[in-house]
Design a protein around this ligand. Structure first.
Ligand SMILES: [Zn+2]
Length: 316
């Protein structure tokens, strides 16, 4: 029996060593639930740009980054600008790449954290909580920040960018894209996440990508994931969604692949820009599965030995 216990102890030890080596980080549904539920709570009053509620959201994201050891890219986490006389700020976390050469190339992972504030009343409810739009995208980027901060597995540098004033006309992303262009950073790709809190129905892919034809992004992500995770939604083309989110200013400034992933197709969620866009309507098992499915593909993109995701010639 003594020997048996010895072998059991050895086996456990080797399991521990193995799991440390692989540094497996799985994002749990409860984690994204916590983030989205806080950001979309009534206390934050719909996170309108310039409001006290969005200030609370910014502090929450900053503290999350701090806790992970994700550093500010500028002097602080905030990238300040003004919107009609009101103070606004993108919140930006930075993880320097681990490769001496590739670290000079940047991948931007982004989502807007502002929303529209108050909306048309539904009974007593007047707060447009913006759970799907876009606390869900913010939760996705924060979870990815956690993954890369814990695993230190990014050869390229990553900027985790949470934009303000998207709802006012992409103002935060326009401001940051311009600033980064002036700094002349070498941007490889910008991946943006919008409304990923509820799954698509009857699709053979997990999320659609806007500007599908502008690059080989979907094709490469599917190759990296080993399955079809990104697809083409005809409505995204029809509504020109490529130009309607924070990816677009980066595409304009840098002329590299900058695209948005979303699981909202105008039929699977009835509360877009309404007071009913609340945390309890999110599917957090879907969100965790979305994040855990996308992370390995994003990781391969971040670490590709050369720039493999490229614009199609028609988009140049
Ligand atoms: Zn949005």
């Amino acid at each position: 029996m003594k020997h048996f216990a010895h072998y059991v102890a050895l086996f456990c030890l080797s399991l521990l060593v193995f799991s440390c080596k692989t540094k497996e980080i799985i994002i749990q549904a409860e984690e994204v639930d916590d983030i989205v539920t806080y950001l979309a709570s009534d206390e934050l009053e719909g996170r309108d740009t310039g409001s006290e509620g969005i200030e609370k959201a910014a502090i929450y994201i900053e503290n999350y980054f701090k806790g992970l050891g994700v550093k500010p890219y500028f002097d602080t986490y905030r990238d300040n600008f003004t919107v009609r006389g009101k103070e606004a700020y993108n919140v930006i976390g930075y993880l320097e790449g681990t490769d001496p050469v590739l670290k000079d190339e940047f991948v931007i992972l982004g989502a807007h954290y502002d929303h529209i504030g108050y909306g048309e009343a539904d009974g007593d409810d007047t707060i447009a909580n913006g759970a799907n739009d876009n606390a869900a995208g913010v939760g996705t980027v924060m979870a990815m920040a956690k993954y890369f901060a814990k695993t230190k597995s990014n050869k390229r540098s990553i900027l985790f960018t949470l934009f303000s004033a998207e709802e006012k006309g992409l103002l935060g992303s326009k401001y940051l894209a311009k600033t980064l262009k002036e700094k002349n950073i070498d941007l490889y790709i910008m991946l943006n996440f919008e409304m990923v809190g509820v799954p698509l129905v009857d699709k053979d892919y997990i999320a659609y990508v806007t500007g599908f034809d502008t690059s080989n992004l979907a094709e490469k992500m599917n190759e990296y994931a080993g399955k079809k995770i990104a697809g083409f939604l005809p409505k995204a083309g029809e509504y020109r969604l490529f130009m309607r989110s924070d990816n677009y200013p980066f595409f304009q400034e840098f002329g590299v692949p900058c695209q948005t992933f979303s699981t909202f197709d105008f039929t699977n969620f009835q509360h877009y820009h309404k007071v009913g866009d609340e945390a309890e309507k999110m599917n957090f098992n879907h969100m965790a599965s979305f994040v855990n499915t996308f992370i390995p593909a994003v990781k391969k993109a971040v670490n590709a030995p050369t720039k493999e995701i490229l614009l199609n010639s028609s988009a140049k």
